[in-house]
Design a protein around this ligand. Structure first.
Ligand SMILES: Cc1cc2nc3c(=O)[nH]c(=O)nc-3n(C[C@H](O)[C@H](O)[C@H](O)COP(=O)(O)OP(=O)(O)OC[C@H]3O[C@@H](n4cnc5c(N)ncnc54)[C@H](O)[C@@H]3O)c2cc1C
Length: 338
């Protein structure tokens, strides 16, 4: 809603996370990541964290959100919620927003989150900042500071919605770090029923067809070896593929390499590719422009190999090796296992 005076703002409190259930019926990891971010925001706002969970079978899943940071789980369990239906979930979420009046709502920037969040924001008459890479609270007035790349990633913009509540943001998976679960935490679970209006006059989902096309799974890799423009051709990638095979890593790439046609788009890391959060990220001949960095900056250990020691990637790396990758990478591959 539009805030016309400060007392309107007081009517909104708590940080909500829209929990997501995967096709396999598990909690999507982005939910845990968002709960970690929500805890930090709620601590600054001296408020509570709510997780909102919809699905056909969510009773057991609801309790699992409390160790990750939820103080209250608001769950709706109904067979009509088995397949994602943005109209139905949108109406239900808007009804819950009107009832509980959360101050902040975080959604994963997944296919589902990207369909649901804008629909809900329009009805709730509030703003929505998509694909945030940083979230904070303005100590002056408590507004949510939502940072995201803008103008093609050339600047980082911090956006606020001071005149509307709730404040809504989506965050890509693997941008935030999931907290370790704390089994000693306690919380409350509340169940909400669908009402006839939620499901009225909506589309029906007749069939769900899973995309079984084989694709590169960067998301689940714990190590990625990525190559950039320096690979000079698809043949250049053989060098890093050998290292990747030896250490059980997936092969990533910069957009420069993908745009040159040396490797498929499924390998691209970055703003217009995939966001990854691996234990180790080895960047070979990737300069580290902001659009690449936003896709891998949360990796635990970053190793960079570049001729130029002054690139952004070399500067931010935990280990920076200055040298020709066509010498360094084969030498490294040779050393593995010795
Ligand atoms: C809207 C938009 C979205 C974008 N999205 C993405 C994205 O998702 N992902 C992405 O990666 N980029 C993206 N980009 C492109 C990005 O701005 C950069 O152009 C790109 O990341 C550069 O790729 P690179 O680092 O491989 O190439 P370069 O910047 O050219 O870097 C090559 C590096 O290789 C080093 N080098 C050269 N030869 C050798 C050698 N033999 N041994 C060792 N080092 C060597 C050089 O010193 C240099 O540092 C996007 C751009 C825009 C405008």
């Amino acid at each position: 809603m539009l805030i016309t005076n400060d007392s309107d703002k007081q009517g909104f409190s708590n940080v909500w996370v829209m929990a997501e259930v995967t096709e396999e019926g598990k909690i999507h990891p982005v939910t845990h990541e968002l709960l970690g971010a929500a805890r930090k925001l709620a601590a600054l706002r001296k408020s509570k964290v709510g997780a909102v969970l919809f699905g056909a079978k969510v009773k057991d899943l609801a309790a699992s959100l409390i160790p990750y940071g939820a103080d209250i789980v608001i769950a709706a369990e109904d067979p009509r919620l088995s397949l994602f239906n943005d109209e139905l979930e949108g109406r239900l979420l808007n009804r819950l927003i009107a009832k509980y009046r959360p101050e902040i709502i975080l959604c994963g920037a997944t296919t589902r989150g990207r369909a649901l969040a804008p629909r809900v924001a329009v009805t709730a008459v509030c703003g929505l900042t998509a694909d945030c890479t940083g979230l904070d609270i303005d100590p002056e007035n408590g507004d949510l500071l939502q940072t995201r790349p803008a103008f093609g990633g050339n600047i980082m913009a911090t956006i606020r919605c001071s005149k509307h509540r709730p404040q809504m943001a989506t965050v890509r998976p693997r941008v935030m770090k999931a907290p370790a679960p704390d089994a000693s935490r306690s919380g409350q679970i509340v169940f909400e029923d669908l009402v006839p209006g939620d499901a009225a006059k909506i589309k029906r989902i007749l069939e769900y067809i899973r995309n079984t096309e084989a694709t590169v799974n960067l998301a689940d890799a714990s190590i990625i070896v990525s190559g950039g423009r320096a690979m000079k051709g698809s043949g250049g990638f053989r060098v890093i593929e050998k290292l990747a095979a030896k250490i059980g890593a997936a092969v990533g790439a910069s957009r420069a390499a993908v745009d040159s046609g040396w490797i498929s788009y499924a390998h691209q890391v970055g703003q217009t590719g995939q966001t990854v959060q691996t234990k180790v990220y080895i960047a070979c001949g990737i300069s580290g422009q902001i659009q690449h960095l936003v896709g891998m900056q949360s990796c635990e250990i970053i190793i960079a190999i570049d001729k130029n020691p002054d690139t952004p990637m070399m500067q931010m790396a935990d280990v920076a090796v200055t040298g020709d990758l066509f010498e360094v990478v084969p030498a490294l591959t040779e050393l593995v296992g010795k």
